[in-house]
Design a protein around this ligand. Structure first.
Ligand SMILES: Cc1cc2nc3c(=O)[nH]c(=O)nc-3n(C[C@H](O)[C@H](O)[C@H](O)COP(=O)(O)OP(=O)(O)OC[C@H]3O[C@@H](n4cnc5c(N)ncnc54)[C@H](O)[C@@H]3O)c2cc1C
Length: 491
C-alpha cells in the first residue's frame, strides 16, 4: 500500500519536526497533524546535538531566523561539574583531539608525561578552549574540525516549525484523540476526536509523547526497560533569571547526590532541571536541591516530570511509526532525544521517498537501526556514571558498582587494555567524544603504546605545549558568545 494520507499524532518537537520534513520531502502526500492544546507538550528538551544543523540545512531553515524565533543560543558541548570527584570539572565538546592512535596520537603523547606540568587535556581541543572562555564562533568552511549545536526554548521551537510546516501544506487539526479504530490486519484505520470528528490515514506517525497512544497503548508494543542501568526516573524543571552579562556557550551538568542538574542558557532566561532517581532521594528533597543551586531567581514553580529509561521493542509496527518520546527516552545527560527524533525522521523519509510500499525487511532494518542507536547512546550515557570516583552517597556507590551491558563492558575493557576506542555500528558518538569522557574521568589505558617513543621526548613535550598555546592564542581573538550572537541576530 502506498501512503497517500499520513497522519502525525502530536505537536511537540517530534511531531512538528516529522511533519515539516514530510511536507517538504513528499510532494503530493497529504500530511495532517493532530494535536491537543489541552494536553500540551512536555515543554522541556532545550539542548541539542550538532545534527540539528543538518536538519535545518536540508529543510532550508536559516540559522538567524531559527535563533530569533526560539530565544536560541549556541552550544559547543557540555561542562560536567563534580562528576569524577567533587570540585573537578571537564568538558565534552563537539571537537577533535587529532589522531586517536599511533605515535602521533595526541592523548598518547600527552599521557607519556604524567609528571610534566602540562595544560589540561581539554586545552588541546578548540571548542573546549572557546567554551572555557565563554567565546564562540562558527567553524570556517575550510577548517571544520569542530561542530556545534544550539539551546532553544522547546515551546517556541515547536511553534516555529509549525509555522513553516503550515506554509508547506501540513493540515493542522486541534483535538483530543479519544478512540482509535483498527484495520482488519491489526493496523490503525482512523483516530476519533473528542468532538466526534474522525481522522483517517494510511500511515500514522505516533508523536504523542510519553502517552505513546498508538505504538504503546493501542498496538501494545512492549517497553524495553533500561532503568536497572540508568535508574534516574524523575526531573524537576524550572526557569530562572539570567545573572550577569556572560552567556555560556555550553550546557552545564552538575552531579548532585542522587542524579544531576542541568543549566541551559537561553537569550533571556536560563533553563534548569534536576534529574534524579526516586530510589535514592525523595522528590521534595530533590526539588530543594535544584532550587538551592540556581544561579538566578526562579521564574516559576518547578514542574515534575516522570519517565522510565528505555524504548519500545519496535519503533515501526503495522502502519504506525513512533518518533520521539512515544518510542522511549534515555535521560537527557547528553541531549540525545531530539537527535533520535531526527534519526527516525531521516530514515523514514529515505524509505518513503523511494515511493510505493515499504517492504517488511526494510521495516525490520529500520527497527534494528533505531534499537542499536538507543543501545549505543545508553552505553555512552552510562559511562559517565560508571567511571566516577565518587562514593559519597548511596546513589554514586550503586552507579560505580552496577553491572554493565556487555557492549559497554567490552569497550571499556578494550580501552583499558589496548588503548583502542572500539566503535560498533550505529554509534551516535565518535571516538573523540568517548575520549573526552575517558580523559575527564581520568580513565586511561593501563599500558602505553610503544610506538609513541618514536617521537623523541622533548619533541613530544614541545608539541603538546605548543598545540595548547596556539589554541589559546587563536581563541583570544574570537568574540564572546554574546557578541557573536548579537551580530548574527542583527542586534
Ligand atoms: C526532563 C527532560 C529533559 C529533557 N531534555 C532534553 C534535552 O536537553 N535535549 C533533548 O534532545 N531532549 C530532551 N528531552 C526530550 C525532549 O523533551 C523530547 O524528545 C522532545 O521534546 C520531543 O517530545 P515529543 O514531541 O515526543 O513529546 P511531547 O512534547 O510530549 O508532545 C506530545 C504531543 O502529543 C500530543 N498528544 C498526546 N496525547 C494526545 C491525544 N490523546 N490527543 C491529541 N494529542 C495528543 C500532545 O498534545 C503533544 O502535542 C528531555 C525530556 C525530559 C523528560
Amino acid at each position: 500500500m502506498t501512503y497517500e494520507r499520513i497522519v502525525v499524532l502530536g505537536g511537540g518537537t517530534a511531531g512538528w519536526m516529522a511533519a515539516t520534513a514530510l511536507a517538504t520531502g513528499l510532494k503530493g502526500t497529504t500530511v495532517e497533524l493532530v494535536e491537543s492544546e489541552d494536553i500540551g507538550t512536555v515543554g522541556v528538551g532545550e539542548a541539542t546535538f550538532p545534527s540539528i544543523r543538518n536538519y535545518h540545512q536540508i529543510l532550508g531553515i536559516p540559522e538567524a531566523d531559527f535563533l530569533r524565533a526560539t530565544n536560541g543560543t549556541y552550544k559547543l558541548g557540555i561542562r560536567f561539574r563534580d562528576w569524577r570527584v567533587k570540585g573537578e570539572d571537564y568538558y565534552h565538546t563537539f571537537g577533535d583531539f587529532g589522531m586517536l592512535n599511533g605515535p602521533e596520537s595526541l592523548w598518547g603523547q600527552y599521557r607519556r608525561h604524567p609528571r610534566a606540568n602540562l595544560p589540561t587535556f581539554g586545552e588541546q581541543c578548540l571548542p573546549t578552549v572557546m567554551a572555557m572562555n565563554d567565546r564562540f564562533c562558527a567553524p570556517g568552511k575550510d577548517a571544520a574540525n569542530f561542530n556545534y549545536a544550539y539551546h532553544f526554548d522547546a515551546n517556541l521551537y515547536a511553534r516555529f516549525l509549525r509555522d513553516i510546516a503550515l506554509k508547506r501544506g501540513v493540515r493542522r487539526t486541534e483535538g483530543k484523540v479519544v478512540d482509535v479504530a483498527r484495520r482488519p490486519d491489526g493496523g490503525i484505520a482512523s483516530l476519533k476526536l473528542d468532538d466526534d470528528r474522525v481522522v483517517k490515514g494510511d500511515l500514522f506517525i505516533d508523536c504523542s509523547g510519553f502517552a505513546s497512544l498508538l505504538l504503546g497503548r493501542t498496538l501494545g508494543e512492549p517497553f524495553v526497560d533500561f532503568s536497572h542501568w540508568l535508574p534516574v526516573d524523575r526531573a524537576w524543571a524550572v526557569p530562572s533569571a539570567p545573572v550577569g552579562d556572560t552567556l555560556t556557550p555550553y550546557t552545564r551538568a552538575t552531579a548532585l547526590d542522587a542524579g544531576w542538574a542541568w543549566r541551559i542558557p537561553l537569550q533571556d532566561r536560563t533553563g534548569n532541571g534536576h534529574v534524579f532517581s526516586t530510589r535514592f532521594i525523595d522528590k521534595e528533597k530533590a526539588r530543594d536541591q535544584l532550587l538551592q543551586q540556581l544561579d538566578g531567581e526562579a521564574l516559576a514553580e518547578p514542574r515534575l516530570l516522570r519517565f522510565t529509561t528505555g524504548h519500545r521493542a519496535k519503533f515501526w509496527s503495522h502502519n504506525v511509526v513512533g518518533i520521539g518520546l512515544a518510542t522511549g527516552f534515555l535521560e537527557p545527560l547528553e541531549s540525545t532525544s531530539i537527535y533520535l527524533v531526527q534519526v527516525g525522521v531521516g530514515r523514514l523519509m529515505t524509505l518513503l521517498q523511494r515511493g510505493g510500499p515499504v517492504a517488511l525487511e526494510l521495516v525490520d532494518t529500520y527497527n534494528t537501526g533505531l534499537t542499536r542507536q538507543f543501545e549505543r547512546i545508553r552505553d555512552f550515557i552510562l559511562m559517565h556514571y560508571c567511571l566516577t570516583a565518587r562514593r559519597d552517597t548511596p546513589f554514586w556507590q550503586a552507579m560505580a558498582a552496577a553491572e554493565l551491558p556487555e557492549t559497554l563492558a567490552y569497550k571499556l575493557h578494550a580501552w583499558r587494555e589496548t588503548g583502542v576506542l572500539h566503535q560498533y555500528d550505529e554509534e551516535g558518538f565518535d571516538g573523540h567524544s568517548w575520549l573526552a569522557i575517558h580523559a575527564g574521568m581520568q580513565n586511561w589505558p593501563a599500558r602505553s603504546d610503544p610506538t609513541l617513543k618514536l617521537i623523541p621526548e622533548e619533541q613530544s613535550l614541545d608539541w603538546v605545549r605548543e598545540r595548547a598555546s596556539q589554541l589559546a592564542t587563536a581563541v583570544a581573538t574570537v568574540p564572546t558568545h554574546r557578541e557573536y550572537l548579537a551580530k548574527i541576530l542583527g542586534r
